[in-house]
Design a protein around this ligand. Structure first.
Ligand code: SF4
Ligand code: SF4
Length: 120
């Protein structure tokens, strides 16, 4: 039986992308929510998650071992790009980028949609 949340043994998007976002999302701004100490400045209007603007890349908020067991330590306060990158079937559709990243790192493909769930 598959893990109901494939992200928990993956985390590859958190070590692959530069996670940049509008600076006001950081919690040292009046309406921010992302822990500012886990971000770094990126130009005048942007910040990124620490660790994602370098190689090797790894978001400072990621706990665990990618490809084995991981967790986002700021899940409730993660920035917009993380919220907008859907995990497999989160929005009812597969995210092909997940399987691309997983294949490149030797992880099994996620389960495809059952035919009955595919749009006609
Ligand atoms: S690459 Fe996809 S499956 Fe892996 S952690 Fe990111 S969203 Fe989840
Ligand atoms: S904030 Fe969380 S979800 Fe976003 S890249 Fe970092 S560990 Fe991953």
């Amino acid at each position: 039986m598959s893990d109901p949340n494939p992200c928990l043994d993956c985390g590859l998007c958190c070590v692959h992308f530069r996670v940049s976002f509008y600076w006001g999302e950081a919690d040292d701004g009046p309406e921010g929510f992302v822990p500012a100490g886990m971000t770094e400045k990126l130009g005048h209007h942007l910040r990124c998650m620490k660790g994602t603007n370098q190689t090797p890349r790894r978001c400072s908020a990621l706990a665990g071992q990618p490809g084995e067991r991981v967790a986002c330590t700021i899940y409730e306060n993660r920035p917009t790009p993380c919220r907008e990158f859907p995990s497999h079937l989160e929005d009812g559709m597969p995210n092909p980028k997940c399987d691309e990243l997983r294949a490149a790192n030797g992880l099994r493909a996620l389960f495809p949609l059952a035919p009955s769930l595919c749009a006609a």
